[in-house]
Design a protein around this ligand. Structure first.
Ligand code: NAD
Length: 376
C-alpha cells in the first residue's frame, strides 16, 4: 500500500501526516510519499519526513500508484487527476459545500472519505477531526480575545492599585466551548457559560465556571441526536434572549460557539444587546462561517459595533498549524489503522460498518452516501 500526503493550497497551513504517523503507517506495512514542502507551514521539514521513512516528491510522483491520498482540505479534483482509480481520498472534504468537487472525485473513480462526517460514537472518538480541531479553536479564541482586549484578564493587586478580573461568557459548551472556559479560567477571568443541552451544566461547573441557564421553560431543551443540539422553540428563544440581555451587559469577553448541524448558526446576540456592553469589550464568534451567533459579525474579519470588537473567527485551528496537524494526522492514522487488514496490507472498509457508511461519499464512480444523496 502506498500512501500519498498532499501539500495543501490557499490559506491552509496544516498537513495530513506528521513524522510520528509516517512511522505508524510503516509499522502497518505501508510506504508513505510526501509532497515537497507539505509540512513547511506546520514546522515539519521534508528532511523530518524523510528521517521518519517517507519519500519526498512532486505531486505527480507521490500520486503515482498511490492507493490512498491524505489531505487536510479536499483538493481540487483537477489537481489529482493522475491518481489511480480506486484510490482512497481521506480528509476534510466538506461535502456539504463542495458537492461539485465530490462529483468530480466520483468521476475520477476515487473513493472519497469525508472525515468530518465521522459518527459520534465511542469507537470513533480518536478519529474525530471536528473534536480535535474545535478543541484548539476554543483555546485560540480566548487567546485572540485577550490579545484584542485593552485590559488584563486576571486580578492584579499592585502598588498602583487593583486591576479587576475580566468577566468572560462562553455561549455554546461543546468541545470548543469547554476548552474556551478552561483557557479563560487559566488566564484568570471570571467565567460563566450557557448551552441549550442540560448535560453541559455539570461540565461548566466542573471547570469552575458559573452556568447560566434558561429555567422553567419545559419540554423545549435543544437536545438533538448524537450529542448535537437541535433548534429550540420560539418560547425558549425568547426566554434565552431575555436571559442573555440581563447577563451580557456585565461581560467583557464573550466567546460564541453555538452550532446546529445542517442549519445556520443560531443568532444569540442582537445589535441591541451589543449596545449594552461596555466599550472595549471583545466578542469572538466561532460560528462566523455558519452565519454567526452575533448580529453584524463578518467571517474572517474584525468589526467594531458600539465600541465592541467582534472577531468573526474562521478555521482558528489553522493558526496553530503544528498542533492542529499532529491531532488531525493522528485522527487519520487511527481511522485507517482501525480498519487495517493484515493479510492484504491495506484498510478493508465494509459497507455495513457504521463509520464507513457515514463517511464514504463515492465509490466505483458513484455517489454512495445516503446523507449526500438526500441533500441533493
Ligand atoms: P457543536 O459544535 O455542534 O455546537 C457547539 C455547542 O453549541 C453545542 O454544545 C450545542 O449544544 C450548542 N448550542 C447550539 N445551539 C445553541 C443555542 N441556541 N444556545 C446555546 N448553545 C447552543 O458541538 P460539538 O462541540 O461538536 O459537541 C456537541 C456534543 O457532542 C458535546 O457533548 C460533545 O462532547 C459531543 N461529542 C461526542 C463525540 C463522540 O462521542 N465521539 C465526539 C465529539 C463531540
Amino acid at each position: 500500500m502506498k500512501i500519498a500526503v498532499l501539500t495543501e493550497s490557499g490559506p491552509e497551513t496544516r498537513v495530513a501526516a506528521i513524522p510520528e504517523t509516517v512511522k505508524k503507517y510503516a509499522g502497518l506495512g505501508a510506504t508513505v510519499a510526501v509532497e515537497q514542502g507539505a509540512g513547511e507551514q506546520a514546522s515539519i521539514s521534508d528532511g523530518d519526513f524523510e528521517a521518519a521513512g517517507a519519500s519526498i516528491g512532486s505531486r505527480a510522483e507521490v500520486l503515482k500508484d498511490a492507493d490512498a491520498i491524505l489531505c487536510v482540505m479536499g483538493p481540487d479534483a483537477d489537481s489529482i487527476s493522475r491518481a489511480k482509480p480506486g484510490a482512497l481520498l481521506v480528509g476534510a472534504l466538506d461535502p456539504a459545500r463542495r458537492g461539485l468537487q465530490v462529483e468530480a472525485y466520483a468521476r475520477a473513480g476515487l473513493e472519497a472519505l469525508a472525515m468530518e462526517w465521522m459518527p459520534r460514537i465511542t469507537r470513533a472518538q480518536s478519529m474525530d477531526i471536528l473534536s480535535s480541531q474545535s478543541n484548539l479553536a476554543g483555546y485560540k479564541a480566548v487567546v485572540d480575545a485577550a490579545s484584542a482586549y485593552g485590559r488584563a484578564f486576571p486580578m492584579m493587586m499592585t502598588a498602583a492599585g487593583t486591576i479587576h478580573p475580566a468577566k468572560a461568557f462562553v455561549m455554546g459548551v461543546g468541545v470548543a466551548g469547554l476548552q474556551a472556559i478552561a483557557t479563560a479560567r487559566r488566564l484568570g477571568a471570571q467565567v460563566s457559560a450557557t448551552d441549550v443541552r442540560s448535560a453541559t451544566r455539570e461540565q461548566i461547573q466542573s471547570l469552575g465556571a458559573k452556568p447560566i441557564f434558561v429555567e422553567g421553560v419545559a419540554g423545549i431543551e435543544g437536545e438533538g441526536k448524537g450529542g448535537y443540539a437541535s433548534e429550540t422553540s420560539e418560547e425558549y428563544q425568547k426566554a434565552q434572549a431575555e436571559l442573555v440581555s440581563g447577563h451580557i451587559a456585565k461581560q467583557d469577553i464573550v466567546i460564541t460557539t453555538a452550532l446546529i448541524p445542517g442549519r445556520p448558526a443560531p443568532r444569540l446576540i442582537s445589535d441591541a444587546q451589543l449596545a449594552t456592553m461596555r466599550p472595549g469589550s471583545v466578542i469572538v464568534d466561532l460560528a462566523a462561517e455558519a452565519g454567526g451567533n452575533v448580529e453584524g459579525c463578518v467571517a474572517g474579519d474584525m468589526v467594531e459595533r458600539h465600541g465592541v470588537k467582534i472577531i468573526g473567527a474562521v478555521q482558528l485551528a489553522r493558526t496553530l498549524a503544528a498542533d492542529a496537524s499532529a491531532l488531525f494526522s493522528r485522527n487519520l492514522v487511527n481511522f485507517l489503522a482501525a480498519f487495517w487488514d493484515k493479510e492484504s496490507g491495506a484498510p478493508l472498509l465494509p459497507d455495513e460498518d457504521e463509520i464507513v457508511a457515514a463517511i464514504r461519499l463515492t465509490r466505483g464512480g458513484q455517489l454512495v452516501n445516503d446523507r449526500l444523496k438526500s441533500a441533493q
